[in-house]
Design a protein around this ligand. Structure first.
Ligand code: GTP
Length: 323
C-alpha cells in the first residue's frame, strides 16, 4: 500500500512558530512531529506521498537531510487547497486502497490492523476513531451496526454531537474517493466530501491507545509527554554539564552548562541554554538561545529565537514576527 500524508496546512493555532516552520517540523521528544506520524505506518508501505503547501521547501529539505526509512516523495500545492484539494492534487499515484494520514496526530495505533479491517469487508473507507470528552474541535461520527458510520458532523456544538467518537486523522480509503473531490480548488474532505460517501460503506475503527492532536501549544506539549511516557523519545538524556530529571531529549550540539531541566523537554540542534536557567515541559527549537537564569515552563521557543537573561516564560509561544 501507499500512503498520502497531508502536511500543507498553515498551522494558524501555533503562530508565531508556524510563520517560520510548518508545525510538523517542530521536534517532539527528540524528532520532528512528522516522523512520529510516519512511525505508525507498516514498514512494507511502498511509497509515502507528502501533500505539502505552507513552507513546502522546508519539508523537502528536512526529509532529504533525515530520510525517514520509507520511500518519500513530496507534491506541493501553490496555494492551500484544503484537505480534499490536497488529496486530489497529490494523490494521483495512490494504491488501491491507500492510507490517508494527518501529520499532526500523535497516537498509539496499529495501522496494519486498520488496513486489515478495511480489506476484510468490502468498504469504501475505514476511519480510525478515538473517544474524547470534548468533541467541539473535531469531526464526530454516529455509529451504526458493525461500526458503520451513519453520520459525520464536523465541529458540532456539544448538544448536536452524535457520539464521543471523533475522526483520529488516520484512515484507509479506496482510491475512487479521489475522483469524488472537485479538482483544482480548495475543498475540505471531511466537511464537503465524507458526508456524501457514507451511503457507500464507510466504517469506524476504534482506537484504544493514546491519541492527541498536536495542533495547539497545550496539546502539542501533552503529545510530547505521551511520547516520552510511551518510550518513543529519541536522544534522551540530560545535556553534559547540566542537571535535572528526565525525560529530556537533547539533539546535536546542545550547550547547557549549569542549567537545569525536566521533565519533558526537547532541545533542538545547536540550542544554547545559559547558566542558572531552568526549562521544563517545553520545546526549544534549533539554534535558539535561552539566556542565563531564564525559567521556561509550558513554552515553545521557535528556531533561532533569543531569550534575554532572566526572563520567565510560562505557557508561551515565542517565535519570529509575522513575515
Ligand atoms: P490550523 O490552521 O491551526 O487549524 O492548522 P492546520 O492548517 O494544520 O489545519 P488542521 O489542523 O485542520 O489540518 C489537519 C491536517 O491537514 C494537517 O496535517 C494539515 O497539515 C493538513 N492540511 C490542512 N490544510 C491543508 C491544505 O490546504 N493542504 C494540504 N496539503 N494539507 C492541509
Amino acid at each position: 500500500m501507499k500512503a498520502l500524508v497531508l502536511i500543507g496546512g498553515l498551522g494558524t493555532r501555533l503562530r508565531p512558530i508556524t510563520y517560520a516552520v510548518p508545525k510538523q517540523l517542530i521536534p517532539l521528544a527528540g524528532k520532528a512531529m512528522l516522523y512520529h506520524v510516519l512511525d505508525l505506518l507498516p514498514r512494507d508501505v511502498e511509497e509515502v506521498v507528502l501533500a505539502t503547501g505552507h513552507k513546502a521547501e522546508l519539508v523537502d529539505r528536512h526529509v532529504r537531510a533525515h530520510p525517514p526509512g520509507l520511500p518519500v516523495t513530496t507534491v506541493a500545492e501553490a496555494t492551500p487547497l484544503g484537505t480534499g484539494g490536497g488529496m486530489r492534487n497529490a494523490g494521483g499515484t495512490m494504491s488501491e486502497p491507500f492510507f490517508l494520514l494527518n501529520s499532526d496526530v500523535i497516537a498509539a495505533a496499529d495501522l496494519g490492523a486498520l488496513a486489515e479491517a478495511h480489506r476484510r469487508s468490502r468498504r469504501l473507507g475505514t476511519m480510525a476513531l478515538t473517544e474524547v470528552d470534548d468533541t467541539r474541535p473535531y469531526g464526530v461520527a454516529a455509529l451504526g451496526a458493525g461500526d458503520r458510520i451513519t453520520a459525520f458532523v464536523e465541529k458540532p456544538p456539544p448538544e448536536l454531537a452524535p457520539s464521543h467518537w471523533i475522526n483520529a486523522g488516520l484512515a484507509v480509503w479506496s482510491r475512487g474517493v479521489l475522483d469524488r473531490i472537485p479538482p483544482e480548488r480548495p475543498v475540505s474532505f471531511e466537511q464537503a466530501v465524507v458526508p456524501g460517501l457514507l451511503g457507500e460503506g464507510v466504517y469506524g475503527f476504534r482506537l484504544s491507545g493514546f491519541w492527541d492532536d498536536a495542533g495547539t501549544r497545550e496539546r502539542l506539549l501533552r503529545s510530547q509527554r505521551l511520547l516520552f511516557e510511551a518510550g518513543r523519545g529519541v536522544a534522551v538524556g540530560i545535556p553534559e554539564g547540566a542537571r535535572g530529571r528526565g525525560p529530556v531529549s537533547a539533539m546535536e550540539g546542545v550547550r547547557a552548562h549549569d542549567a537545569t531541566f525536566g521533565p519533558f523537554v526537547t532541545l533542538g540542534v545547536g540550542v544554547t541554554v545559559g547558566a542558572g536557567a531552568h526549562v521544563e515541559n517545553s520545546v526549544v527549537m534549533d539554534g535558539a538561545v535561552i539566556g542565563r537564569r531564564c525559567r521556561l515552563r509550558g513554552t515553545i521557543v521557535g528556531p533561532s529565537v533569543e531569550v534575554e537573561d532572566g526572563r520567565e516564560l510560562v505557557d508561551e509561544l515565542l517565535g519570529a514576527p509575522p513575515p
